[in-house]
Design a protein around this ligand. Structure first.
Ligand code: SF4
Length: 244
């Protein structure tokens, strides 16, 4: 089954920019961006990020405010700040043995960087990989990671898998199955996440009086270190104008 999958991947795998490198920093950037953002949206942002900060040292030397600004639009802004902190840690101490010791790096992201950059023998299991494994009942080896991700993202879809074009159809016990609609993703419109994003967007453009902003959202952003509040003024970290 794995041979069929790998042959399919050779012919149909997605050509993504982070697959053309083994640079652990570049792969970390891509994986953190991909945590909660779709591939199509990540590609241009990833390329722009690496153009601006091509090395982990370059990122470490950036200000948190610049990083937060560069992250705008990707959502879940804490990821950007954590990526910056991870970059500072790596620039200072090197790559840790346990990649989960880096801020914002959970077991999946650690496995992905370990596999794609350091060529360690681990299979990163994201939702796509898990789905294909469960449906086929097959234990794939670590070298099938990228192929499983692509099969799950483009063929073995969550609700209506495209078994007719699947390279595993001959031996897959779930062939032809249909699945219940997934629980809808919580709405962004009107959510607290949107209120946070709006407040952060305003502050990223220019520091502002707290009174002009959504105080609850600002409080939550400040707790995450994304903004600082001083003398009734809200600014990105390190950017508050010194007032008399
Ligand atoms: S045959 Fe269908 S259910 Fe099985 S892996 Fe392929 S797409 Fe998924």
């Amino acid at each position: 089954m794995e041979a069929a999958l790998l042959a399919w991947f050779d012919a149909h795998g997605r050509d993504l920019p982070w697959r053309r490198t083994r640079d652990p920093y570049a792969i970390l950037v891509s994986e953190v961006m991909l945590q909660q953002t779709q591939v199509e949206r990540v590609v241009p942002r990833y390329l722009g990020w690496l153009e601006r900060w091509p090395t982990v040292e370059a990122l470490a030397a950036a200000s948190p405010a610049d990083v937060i600004r560069a992250w705008q639009g990707l959502g879940y802004n804490r990821r950007g700040l954590n990526l910056h902190r991870a970059g500072q840690q790596i620039a200072r101490d090197g790559w840790p043995e346990e990649l989960t010791d880096l801020p914002g790096v959970g077991p999946y992201t650690a496995a992905a960087v370990a596999s794609f950059a350091f060529e360690r023998d681990v299979l990163p299991v994201d939702t796509n990989v898990r789905r294909v494994q469960e449906r086929t009942g097959h234990a794939f080896s670590p070298r099938a990671g990228q192929a499983l991700m692509d099969l799950g993202a483009t063929v073995c879809l969550a609700r209506i898998p495209r078994c007719g074009i699947c390279p595993l159809a001959e031996t897959c016990p779930s062939r032809g199955s249909r699945y219940e609609p997934l629980r809808k993703q919580s709405r962004f419109d009107g959510s607290f996440r949107q209120r946070r994003a709006r407040a952060l967007g305003l502050v990223a453009a220019a520091e502002r009086p707290l009174a002009d902003l959504d105080a609850e959202a600002v409080e939550s952003l400040a707790r995450d270190g994304l903004v600082e509040v001083e003398g009734g003024v809200v600014a990105l970290p390190g950017e508050a104008t010194i007032r008399a």
